[in-house]
Each structure stands twice: as structure tokens, then as C-alpha cells.
Design a protein around this ligand. Structure first.
Ligand code: ASP
Length: 401
């Protein structure tokens, strides 16, 4: 019997959990996970550059591009704001910090971040080749957007460059397909050591925090994305979740939405029927700025920190958390642990001491799994919504992955 990729990935996931619990020394499989991570990372920069150039250039006219960009950004902002509120709601519902208090001395320093203006200025690369070399995703997006727009403006003359990027993007998709074949092994190599490392002893005291984040993430994904995908995208939520599942699971295992991008694009195109045009525009952008899971986490973790310290947040502070939480999630890089750094910013913005961070840090990797999964699923939901409203959604039965 031959299982399809989705089933293989699921089996690997379940086996990894079992192996992590029962096989001593299972950490030796970690290099398998590292190999998988490196394989998907190695195509990210060329993939983002080529797909975005193609995505922008094949839109054909600047007006349509502006409209798509507008829809994408509005969708990202609205779902992110909802996500922080969902996070706060579950933070109150579960009160994960109650009954815990902090041991003295476990202080964590707030992270220095660039000012707002500087952060915006940094999006403009002074040397795009350097951006490619250092993997500065926002700068690469900026570069790609301009190449794409200029190709559109030039028309015939720039066609050879368009064809080059088009073929290059295809090559990247081909490689992604190959990498996905080894995904079950990679996922096993990533998950089993983590299960072994976080035995029940580490998890139990912070179980309420983990549950609050996990349940808030699941509720947000199921409710918000089902509604948007169904009402605006006219797609069955079941089809949506099934189609994006491999990418969600890879996100769960790798804790990196940038790293998962090749698979997100593949799933969205092949399983959900989103056009190349839309997926290659909406998804690279989403992997960089749209982080609903991180926004949820920031909400829950902020309340957790307040509860652990015995603070009651005022209404103004709550509003501040929604605002800084949404902004911080936009600024979060799609790499493991980035949300935790942003948490220091949110806590600092409402003058909460940072001591509780030490507790969160202990289980942050687990929380990262849930939030990254939602980050990626949220991007895919945007792709479906934008594609549907632009008439770029292929509704035929598509091949299962
Ligand atoms: N790991 C997350 C991601 O890549 C970001 C975060 O840490 O919240 O999407």
C-alpha cells in the first residue's frame, strides 16, 4: 500500500511523538531535522525574489496590482487585530499565570529595537545584492516589487527578464517538490527530539499557558479562517484546512514561516487552486508581515506575565497591548523564537517588569509551534480570499498532495 504525502507526514508526526516518549536517546535523529530545515532554507531567498517578481509582473497592470496589494494588507491587518484580541480573551479565560509566581533573579533584559522611522527606512535597501546575501526579506520584497513593476511598465522590452524569473521560479518549485518528498523524515527528526527534551516534568507547571496559546490558536484558525474562506472565498473550510495541512505541519515542526514558504506556495497553488499570480504575491508578503499566531501569543503571554506578577491591566494598557501586539507581530521575522523577542517590546510598552519572561522562555519552543502554524495558515487564507475576489481561484477538483 502506498500512502500519499499527507498521510506519510501525519504518520511521521505521530511516530515522532511516540518515539520521543519511549525511545531513550532519540535525540540522535536531530540531524535529519536539521537537514530538512537546511534544505527548505536554501531555496528561500531565490524563491522569494523570483516568485514575487513574477507575481507582480504577471499581474499585467499597475491598477490591479494596487488593488490586490490593498486587499492583502487590509486582510492582514484586520485578522491580526482580531488575533491579538482572541489572545487576550483566552488569556483572561484561562488565566494561565494564576497560581504561579516568579523566583527572584530570573530577569531578562528588554531588547533594543530600532525606532519606528528607522525601521521603515530599513525596508529600502541601499544595496539589494547585500540584502540577498544577508537574507533581509523585507528588503528583498522591496527590490522584487520594483523589478516587477518596472517589467510591467516596460512591456515587450523587459520580456526576456520576465521569462528568466518565471523559469527560475519554476525551478524553485521543482526543487520544493523534491524536498517535500523527504518531509516525513525531516518532521520526524524535528519533533522526536523536542518531545524527548520537554518531558512532562518541564511541561506540567506551564501547561495552562501552553493550553491557552494552543486553544486560542486553534479557535482563531477554525473560526476566523473558516468564516473568511467560506464567505469571501466561497471555499469549503474543510477543503481549505486539508489543502494547507502539510504546510501547517511543516510550520509546526520548523517554527519558521519563512522557512515554510516554499511549501505554503506549493499547497496553496496545487491543493487550493490559487493562481500563481496571487500566491506568489500574497504569500511571500504574508510570511514576512502577517503573523496571527504570534499576535495571539503576544496577547496571551502578556496577560500571563501580568498575572504572574500580580498586576491588573488597565483598559488603556489593554488597548496599548492590542496596538503594540499587532505592530510587533508585523515586525516579527518568520524565524524560530522571533515572537519571544517581540514580547519584551510589548511588555516594555506597558511598563510591565520583564521577570515573567524567564517562565515563558522555558516553553517558548512549544508555543512557537502553534503560533507558526497559525501564521502560515493565515497567509494561505489571505491567498484564497484575494484570489477569489480577483477571479483567480481555480475551483476544479485539484490533485491531492
Ligand atoms: N516562529 C514564528 C514564525 O516564523 C515567529 C514567532 O516566533 O512568533 O512565524
Amino acid at each position: 500500500m502506498r500512502f500519499n504525502l499527507l498521510t506519510q507526514i501525519l504518520i511521521a508526526f505521530v511516530l515522532a511523538i511516540v518515539a520521543g516518549i519511549v525511545i531513550p536517546g532519540i535525540e540522535v535523529v536531530a540531524p535529519l531535522g536539521d537537514l530538512f530545515l537546511r534544505l527548505i532554507k536554501f531555496i528561500i531567498v531565490p524563491l522569494i525574489l523570483s516568485t514575487l517578481v513574477v507575481g507582480v509582473a504577471s499581474t499585467g497592470d499597475i491598477g490591479k496590482l494596487g488593488r490586490m496589494g490593498g486587499k492583502t494588507v487590509v486582510y492582514y491587518l484586520v485578522t491580526t487585530a482580531v488575533a491579538v484580541m482572541v489572545g487576550l480573551g483566552f488569556g483572561y479565560l484561562f488565566s494561565p499565570g494564576e497560581g504561579l509566581s516568579i523566583k527572584a533573579g530570573e530577569t531578562v533584559e528588554a531588547t533594543e529595537t530600532d525606532g519606528f522611522v528607522q525601521t521603515l527606512l530599513n525596508i529600502v535597501p541601499t544595496n539589494p545584492i547585500e540584502s540577498l546575501v544577508t537574507g533581509n526579506i523585507l528588503q528583498i520584497i522591496f527590490f522584487a516589487l520594483f523589478i516587477g513593476i518596472a517589467i510591467t511598465a516596460l512591456g515587450e522590452k523587459a520580456k526576456p527578464v520576465f521569462h528568466f524569473f518565471d523559469a527560475f521560479a519554476e525551478i524553485m518549485y521543482k526543487i520544493t517538490g523534491w524536498i517535500m518528498r523527504v518531509a516525513p523524515f525531516g518532521i520526524f527528526g524535528l519533533i522526536a527530539p523536542i518531545v524527548a527534551q520537554y518531558g512532562m516534568d518541564v511541561l506540567m507547571p506551564l501547561m495552562k499557558l501552553i493550553l491557552a496559546v494552543a486553544i486560542a490558536c486553534i479557535v482563531h484558525a477554525v473560526v476566523v479562517y473558516s468564516i473568511t474562506v467560506k464567505t469571501i472565498g466561497k471555499m469549503s473550510p474543510l477543503k481549505f484546512f486539508k489543502g494547507i495541512f502539510p504546510a501547517s505541519l511543516v510550520a509546526f515542526s520548523t517554527c519558521s514561516s519563512s522557512g515554510t514558504l516554499p511549501i505554503t506556495i506549493k499547497n496553496t497553488k496545487e491543493n487550493l487552486g490559487v493562481s500563481e499570480n496571487v500566491s506568489s504575491f500574497v504569500l511571500p508578503l504574508g510570511a514576512t508581515i502577517n503573523m496571527d499566531g504570534t499576535a495571539i501569543y503576544l496577547g496571551v503571554a502578556t496577560l500571563f506575565s501580568a498575572q504572574v506578577l500580580g498586576y491588573e491591566l488597565t483598559f488603556t494598557q489593554l488597548l496599548m497591548v492590542i496596538l503594540t501586539g499587532a505592530l510587533a507581530s508585523i515586525g516579527t521575522a518568520g524565524v524560530p523564537g522571533a515572537g519571544f523577542i517581540m514580547l519584551t517590546m510589548v511588555l516594555a510598552s506597558i511598563n510591565l517588569p520583564l521577570e515573567a519572561l524567564a517562565l515563558v522562555a522555558g516553553v517558548d519552543r512549544i508555543l512557537d509551534m502553534f503560533r507558526t502554524s497559525v501564521n502560515v495558515t493565515g497567509d494561505a487564507s489571505a491567498a484564497v480570499v484575494v484570489a477569489a475576489t480577483e477571479g483567480e481561484l481555480n475551483r476544479q477538483e485539484l490533485k491531492a498532495s
